[in-house]
Structures are given as structure tokens and as C-alpha cells.
Design a binder for this molecule. Structure first.
Ligand SMILES: NC(=O)c1ccc[n+]([C@@H]2O[C@H](COP(=O)([O-])OP(=O)(O)OC[C@H]3O[C@@H](n4cnc5c(N)ncnc54)[C@H](OP(=O)(O)O)[C@@H]3O)[C@@H](O)[C@H]2O)c1
Length: 234
């Protein structure tokens, strides 16, 4: 078993599902002590992995999380809302603000509360998405959130040094993010989106998790955006 994260503590906010859960699994396999955090989790330990409840829209809840865990080495932030594709004209801006509040402001809120506890040789991995640099009509919310996340990742890599800050940008990945769709239309959507890619399929959470592991382990990597999208930006 590889052991590059052995003896290190990783907090995965958004670890209750999808990409975050896969990062947690990969980090455990690399020897890390992992704390999963999300709204649906309760305090406890299952199979050696600790869980804590957190709502990233609430600073007090985040403060409680970091005070409970104490000093740690790597923060992974994968929390994200379910975003409905709509044009600007058709969008309820309050709903759009709620989306930004979870993923963009949630990450900033988490960082503010995390920094006093994050080892100065540690790392922060944020999550964007290919819409941050791919311009698709009806997707201005994803574009706005993800582009801002990528810019902040680079800016914070300078401001928070020597802590390292990187951003992982997934393409279309088969996760519970699409659980709102019934099985048939979901598989049809994956087949269409995947068929348009050079690799011929959509991605799996484990494939994206490998990017977070790289960002945590590679001490020379900071200010980077790691695209894992099956060629979706080509
Ligand atoms: N899947 C894709 O195709 C894709 C593509 C591009 C980018 N991404 C990005 O990748 C990230 C992970 O997405 P995923 O596909 O793994 O989706 P997912 O399975 O739906 O996971 C989303 C996570 O966000 C957490 N979350 C939502 N609201 C929260 C809140 N207020 N406080 C704390 N946690 C909250 C959820 O946990 P709780 O419900 O327990 O709170 C859940 O663990 C998101 O930022 C998403 O935008 C995904």
C-alpha cells in the first residue's frame, strides 16, 4: 500500500457523496486519517473514518468542525449545489445566489475558519468544473462560480503560501449530482455527453479523486488547475 499521506489528516468537506467520497477513499488507501464533513453526516467513526456534520453556508458550523478536529494537513472542498441550467433572463437570482453561497462563498467561509488549524506545510484543494472555461448558453451560474473559484485558487496560492492551493476541474462525472434525473434519461445524457468526448465516455469519481491526491502529495504543485474531463475542453 502506498503511504505518502500516512500520518497526515485530511478533511473532506463534501465527503458524504460523489467526488468527495471518492477522495476520502483514496486518501484512506494512501494512509491518511480522514474526516468527512457534510450536512447529512453525524459525528461518529465508521471503518476508521470519522464523520462530522457541517453546513458550509453557516460559519458557526464550520468553526465547530475545525475546533473539533484540531490541527490538520489537507483541506479538500467538494461541496456543491445542484444547479439548474437556465438563461439569465429565466433565472430567479435568489436561487442563483444560493448556488454561489454554497460553492464559492462556502469555500471562502471554510478557508477562513480552517486556516488557524491548517498546517503551514499543508494544502487546500478546491473544486471548479469545466464550465468555468467553457461557454455554454444557459450555464451562467456554473461559469460564474467555477471561473471565480479558479481565479481565487491562484490568488490564494500566493496569499496563503507556504500552504499550497490548487483547483481540480472535473468534466462530466457519473455521481449522485445527477440523481435528480430518472435512470433512463440519466444514462441517455451520459451516453450523449460521453460519446462527444475523445475518450468516448463520462468520468468516474475515482478518476477525479486521483487529481486531489496529486494536489495533496506533490509539494511543488500550487496555483494549478487540474483538468480531468476526458478531453471535454478540446
Ligand atoms: N459530477 C459532475 O459532473 C461535476 C462536474 C463539474 C464539477 N463538479 C463539481 O464537483 C463537486 C462535487 O460534485 P459531485 O458530483 O461529487 O456531487 P454530489 O455527489 O452531489 O456531492 C455534492 C456534495 O456537496 C455537499 N453539499 C451540498 N450543499 C452543502 C452544504 N450547504 N454544506 C456542506 N456540504 C454541502 C453534499 O453533502 P451533504 O448533502 O451531506 O451536505 C455532497 O457531499 C461540486 O462542486 C460540483 O459542482 C461536478
Amino acid at each position: 500500500m502506498a503511504s505518502s499521506l500516512r500520518g497526515q489528516t485530511v478533511i473532506v468537506i463534501g465527503g458524504s457523496s460523489g467526488i468527495g467520497a471518492a477522495v476520502a477513499e483514496a486518501a484512506v488507501a494512501r494512509g491518511a486519517t480522514v474526516v468527512l464533513a457534510g450536512r447529512r453526516l453525524t459525528s461518529g467513526v465508521d471503518n476508521g473514518v470519522r464523520s462530522e456534520p457541517v453546513d458550509v453556508t453557516d460559519s458557526v458550523s464550520l468553526q465547530r468542525l475545525f475546533e473539533t478536529v484540531g490541527r490538520f494537513d489537507h483541506l479538500v472542498f467538494t461541496s456543491g449545489p445542484s444547479v439548474r441550467a437556465k438563461t439569465l433572463l429565466d433565472t430567479d437570482l435568489v436561487e442563483a445566489q444560493d448556488n454561489f453561497n454554497v460553492k464559492l462563498w462556502g469555500a471562502l467561509r471554510a478557508l477562513q475558519q480552517a486556516l488557524p488549524f491548517l498546517d503551514e506545510h499543508g494544502s487546500i484543494s478546491l473544486t471548479s468544473g469545466q464550465m468555468g472555461r467553457k461557454w455554454v448558453a444557459g450555464q451562467f451560474i456554473k461559469t460564474g462560480i467555477n471561473a471565480a473559484t479558479e481565479a481565487l485558487g491562484k490568488q490564494l496560492a500566493k496569499e496563503l503560501a507556504p500552504r499550497r492551493v490548487n483547483v481540480i476541474s472535473p468534466g462530466v462525472i457519473d455521481t449522485p449530482a445527477y440523481a435528480g434525473l430518472a435512470e433512463e434519461p440519466r444514462l441517455a445524457m451520459f451516453a450523449k455527453a460521453g460519446g462527444a468526448l475523445p475518450v468516448g465516455r463520462v468520468g468516474q469519481a475515482e478518476e477525479v479523486a486521483a487529481g486531489y491526491v496529486l494536489a495533496m502529495e506533490n509539494g511543488f504543485m500550487t496555483g494549478s488547475i487540474i483538468d480531468i474531463n476526458g478531453g471535454g475542453m478540446l
